[in-house]
Design a protein around this ligand. Sequence first.
Ligand SMILES: Cc1cc2nc3c(=O)[nH]c(=O)nc-3n(C[C@H](O)[C@H](O)[C@H](O)COP(=O)(O)O)c2cc1C
Length: 346
Amino acid sequence: MPRQVPVPCRRPRPDAHGEIMQTTQNTEEKALQRAVRAALAAPSIFNTQPWRWRIDGPRARLYADRSRQLLVADPDGRLMTVSCGAALHHGRVALADAGEACDIARMPDPTEPDLLATIRVTGPHEPTLAEMQAAAAINRRRTDRRPFTAQPVGDAICRTLIVAAESEHAHALVVDDSHIAVLGLIAVEAGALQLSDAYYRAELADWTHRPPWSGDGVDTAGAVPAAPRRVPVRDYAPFGGPVMHPGWENDRGARYLLVYTDGDTPVHWLRAGEALSALLLTAVATGLSTAPISDVTELPTTRDQLRTLLPGIGHPQIAVRVGYGPPGEPPPSTTRRLAEEVINPR
Ligand SMILES: Cc1cc2nc3c(=O)[nH]c(=O)nc-3n(C[C@H](O)[C@H](O)[C@H](O)COP(=O)(O)O)c2cc1C
């Protein structure tokens, strides 16, 4: 996919001071408002949407919302931070598509660890074709847990996905066919160990049976029952509830990628989330369906086993399944919180 095709800049350049400066500031703030609203569609662990945004003139600040951290599945807040990284990337893509350049400061204040990033609009920008395609994919992307078809995902597309992750200062590895059984066994073990833990079951029940007004959580309607496939997906409906029909496919053509990082600190987790978002949006832009898989990384034992697929090269953060979805309707879209609850909340 071409990545650097310039198109005309969408924002007129200011040519005087005073009123025009004011207009520019308003334009920047409005662009940030729109970009941050677009970022509400980002994927997040259990659809917790663990973020808060503060917009102040040409600057937006992204905070982790620790009240939304999964204390059992994610005691360190790693996947909470990965989720916030995905939101940060969504916001950046929407801003670029709107013709705004920006500077990002990640973890800018050591005394404020929940302040994950600031985005400062710096001036006009000519969006690339890749940025426009990624922005257009934001509202088409949804996690599809159904098995994908036998149509193979080609090596060239996989390379594009790796480049997308690398451009966000993280990495992606395509799991070799001969290692998919290992990934499958790790996923089986992760599922069994987690479901045998009463605290995990309580956390899962909480986030899969949210009241309709909450605008968060994973409804069982987005879950699929067990189906014959090489790598099982997390069971979001072990307590019953209406689920999606899994269809008749079995993931034969699917590929699995591991997003990994050089280090394992909060800033690496944030970068991993940005890379995850870049990978997902690029995949959707090329016509693929996608599903993140993080249960394999949630327990230290299974995360260590996953490291055997990355011998000495980095820290696994999350896996992703990509493939061609079954024909017919896409999976239902997942609910989101209201913008007023997330952007400049009181
Ligand atoms: C860090 C992270 C971890 C996730 N882990 C899983 C997972 O293990 N299994 C799964 O089916 N979906 C997983 N997801 C997808 C979320 O459940 C999904 O993004 C959320 O429910 C919102 O739905 P949407 O992606 O369709 O917008 C994960 C997403 C993120 C960002």
